[in-house]
Write a protein that binds this ligand. Structure first.
Ligand SMILES: [Zn+2]
Ligand SMILES: [Zn+2]
Length: 197
């Protein structure tokens, strides 16, 4: 492994990087949403459509990143790092804290090329803030217990992923697992529920 990859790997295992990711993604996401909404204040339909599409796209990206980047191909920085999470879900691991912002910036240029003349600020703000929410939800799934029915469904979904790593790639929604036939409904036994985390 090259020196730069080793440094990225070392950074991804630090608590500072883990926490900085939450801070950077939430602040930049809210800033983008604020700028976008204030410049389209008189266009509620545009705002609503941008948020809904941004959220849907975020959940699709979440599924693709988890299934392809984290679970596919020969051993590399991404899937070996994610394997550490499967080996010990309590260890704080995260992609470099600039990942969410870099992904958003790349989408900004791609969006401008694909849809010239359409302002992507709200769409991308939703994408980046949604990425922050994804991180919070995943963290909470391994550290907190809530008894809300929707929460328990999502928790069960992700717990099953830790039992069957080729199923249930969605973290904040089960939608794309249904679409791509990777949905696993139930645990073998209730006893495995906590042990699998
Ligand atoms: Zn997990
Ligand atoms: Zn996984």
């Amino acid at each position: 492994m090259s020196l730069i990859l080793r440094q990225i790997e070392a950074l991804s295992e630090t608590k500072l990087n883990y926490r900085l990711g939450f801070v950077v993604d939430s602040i930049c996401g809210i800033l983008l949403l604020g700028v976008g909404v204030s410049s389209h204040g008189g266009e509620p339909v545009f705002i609503l459509v941008s948020v809904v599409l941004g959220y849907l796209y975020l959940t699709f990206l979440e599924y693709c990143i988890h299934r392809i980047l984290f679970h596919w191909g020969p051993p590399n920085l991404f899937n070996s790092g994610h394997q550490k999470h499967h080996d010990d879900p309590k260890v704080l691991l995260a992609l470099p804290f600039v990942f969410g912002v870099s992904l958003t910036a790349a989408h900004y240029y791609a969006f401008g090329w694909l849809f010239p003349g359409v302002d992507p600020t709200i769409f991308l703000g939703t994408l980046l803030f949604g990425y922050f929410v994804y991180g919070v939800v995943h963290h909470a799934q391994h550290y907190f217990t809530f008894h809300n029915r929707l929460w328990l469904r999502l928790l069960n979904h992700h717990t099953l992923h830790h039992v069957y790593p080729d199923k249930n790639y969605g973290v904040t929604t089960t939608l794309w697992d249904h679409v791509f036939f990777t949905y696993q409904k139930s645990l073998p036994t209730r006893a495995n529920h906590q042990g699998a985390l």
